[in-house]
Write a protein of this length. Sequence first.
Lengths: 341, 292
Amino acid sequence: MSVVGQAELLEADAPEREFAVYVRDLVKRYGEVEAVAGISFEVGQGELFGFLGPNGAGKSTTISILCTLVRPTAGLAYVGGHDVVGERNAVRRQIGLVFQDQTLDGYLTAEQNLRLHAELYGMDRAQIPGRIEEVLKMMELWERRRSLVNTFSGGMRRRLEIARGLLHSPRVLFLDEPTVGLDPQTRTSIWEYIRRLEAEEEITIFLTTHYMDEAEYCNRIAIMDHGRIVALDTPDRLKASVGKDRVQLATADDRRAIAEIKERFGIEARLAEGKVTLAVPHGEQFVPRLVAELGVEIRSISVSRPSLDDVFMAYTGRTIRDTEASAVEDLRRRATMWGRR
Amino acid sequence: MSTATAGRPVAQVARVRTSQGGLRAELRAVRIVWYRELIRFSRDRLRIVTSLVQPFLFLFILGTGLSTLSEHDRFHVSLRTLFYPGVLCMAVMFTAMFSAASIVWDREFGFLREMMVAPVRRASLVLGKCLGGATVAGLQGLLVLLIAGLVSVPYNPLMMLEVFAIQLLLAFTITAFGVMVAARISQMQSFMAVTQMAIMPMFFISGALFPVSGLPTWLTVLNRVDPLTYAVDPMRRVVFAHLKLGAVERAAFDGGVSWWGYHVPTAVECAVVLVLGLAMLVAGIVQFSRTE
């Protein structure tokens, strides 16, 4: 057991072994194209960390490097305390993976898929049945364990992939676009499962998404564009960095209200969507003052935070709609690939 | 996990114990990949039936049809019987190729990725796949072996055992070939095209359907280069050893393979097939072990 001692000694002064994921100056070039252009970040133990960015931003390449499937051109990457290049198998034992495309064997039952995984990962035989039951129940697939995966819906397959990714108790679970191609209802339910396992399993979750609403669930998000991380922080702080909250109010006399707001607070308000609209930092703190000091009767008031869409726009210069459009394009491409099969 | 997670608060939930690698873990991987092939084969009844069609066509349609053309008085044994060893090889070849094709399939459907990220050597995965393909093809060959009586070949236990052994060997080599090709080709259509291009000429040149002694020089050269020759010839020797053949048939069909006058013994022929299979297995492993 001297290995343990050594490992712990190393951990004491080696940050790359402390974090669930530790990346420094990571680069991946394919010929002329720089898919990942020198990124650095780290993910703490137990964090729910998201990579947000349009298709082709380098998210999937980064995940592939972290999963040891792709060799980086330059830079360092540690996952679960192990070097993704030098200690590939050690990394593989520490991680669970759910890919964008399904990677189940449709000709096997749900249980057989999991059993195969358990054997490939060299799980302790005595623990296999219990753990299979545990993950299948967590993903609510226990009743369907003997059904062929071919008979599963898209949502069920994704849940089974998550169950399989969890089977060997990984320390880091990678979810590459876990909800892409699913209908909104199924997306919501997949997220319920993700949040449940965040609570029930001691695990770090690393996901990529191009859905803004999903990025909201993350503890921290990194916005990626053209192979670089352009912003990295909690969703709230990212939004705060971008702009002010939007306050809208309906009053008895809008014209007077606008004039009065300018006079008392020095804030330029305008009429938008039929309401007096103004932008202020910390809208929720501003509203009580507004209510107390405004001499006009207020009928209703609303505060909305800047959305991640605003953040995304600010950092990448593109709107989400552009991204979504390319996502649809991506789906269409995939659909035609299916057609050719 | 014990070395990495010891002393970490994170690891306190009842974590599953996984192996730290080593031979046992690799063998488990080989076994499960092999076993998956068996499960899939047993599920695919249609494939079992359809892959029998081709051997039957050659045996009964071609065999019967051609026999009306041939000089009846020369052979006292039907062409079906003479074709039988070749067809025994054929039954295995196409199934083995189909097994290898499932790698391409697995890649298209993503399952290959699940295996590629597992903490085991790629060699174990490739080996499991080849053994699985060989077993499945061997089982398929067994079905053709069972109809021996229909073409007046006796059910001799020793013969059947020897035939089965050669079938397994051939199946292994063909699967290894298919896996090697599949490492490079990611689309099913291309894979099928390439393997058909390779397998059909190999099958015809191997002498599965005609004797290989006394051929024109160009065909003799092709024949001796064709690896399949070294599986078909032992198969024929084994089957013919248990037939009551006249001197004419034996001379015509059982001439055997020779290299510059040297009559190649069965053991050497089998060794050729085995070595080739192992070489292609290694080539396949090397290609699958590459990381981008």
